[in-house]
Design a protein around this ligand. Structure first.
Ligand SMILES: [Ca+2]
Ligand SMILES: [Ca+2]
Length: 250
């Protein structure tokens, strides 16, 4: 069973605020009079994700991307993200499986999973991610009388403050284990590893979590997460407030 997918797919998580990670020279200029500049696309990082077979991705508690193709063909999802650190990443990944048997193709076979992710700041999937299975099957590999074991998806599994301290670590798999399809080779996953739980075949619904304290590439980035709480540098424009419902949004 897959959860209801929110209708939006966020290409950019817009928000804004004061700098935590440090200022570039441009940021220092933009911070004149204590104001924060507006972010541009140069402040965003590219997110590449490939899942066998499906995923939904949250960053800092906000939905960022949902795999637009639930099963095959296997696709790469690429979106732009405005990062804020520390950055908590949470992913629900699903192998294609009948929720009552854990099998696929009219209960004639048992599929395997796989997940890989890379952010433009150098964040990658690796053995440092947390992983926990919430649905597995067919239990014991019994395809004659297939059954599944499921656990409730915990509320707030994607939240920054969710407690995953008792979860196990993800296991890394090679490309030969996963056999990714062509779109994977067209995208940048250099340095990232495929991950899943210890059972690539029978574990069908898996949640991964990882908190990135600072940009892995070491590049200072402005934090725009509270921009809506302040007046950005350069605004508002002369002429004062716009009448309610009128004018073009800035
Ligand atoms: Ca499976
Ligand atoms: Ca699969």
């Amino acid at each position: 069973m897959r959860p209801a997918s929110p209708p939006i797919l966020r290409a950019v998580s817009l928000a804004a605020g004061l700098v935590v990670a440090g200022w570039t020279a441009g940021d220092t200029v933009a911070q004149t009079a204590g104001r924060v500049r507006k972010p541009t696309m140069d402040d965003t990082i590219r997110v590449n994700v490939y899942a066998d077979n499906w995923f939904m991705l949250y960053v800092n508690g906000e939905l960022v991307a949902v795999d637009s193709i639930a099963f095959i063909p296997h696709n790469v999802i690429s979106v732009d993200l405005l990062p804020t650190y520390p950055m908590t990443i949470a992913v629900m990944a699903k192998d294609n499986a009948d929720p009552s048997t854990g099998m696929e193709y009219a209960n004639t076979s048992v599929g395997d999973g796989g997940f890989i992710l890379k952010f433009g700041d150098g964040t990658v999937t690796d053995a440092g991610w947390k992983a926990k299975c919430f649905s597995r099957g067919p239990v014991g590999g019994d395809t004659t009388h297939p059954s599944v074991e499921t656990s409730p998806i915990p509320a707030g599994w994607y939240a920054v403050d969710f407690d995953d301290s008792d979860w196990g670590q993800a296991r890394v798999y090679g490309e030969r284990d996963i056999d990714p399809k062509q779109p994977y080779y067209d995208a940048d996953f250099a340095g990232a590893s495929f991950i899943w739980t210890d059972d690539l075949v029978l574990d069908n619904t898996v949640i991964f979590r990882r908190t990135v304290a600072r940009p892995p590439d070491g590049r200072p980035r402005a934090d725009f997460s509270k921009l809506n709480d302040s007046v950005p540098a350069g605004g508002p424009k002369p002429g004062g407030r716009r009448p309610p419902g009128g004018g073009r949004p800035r």
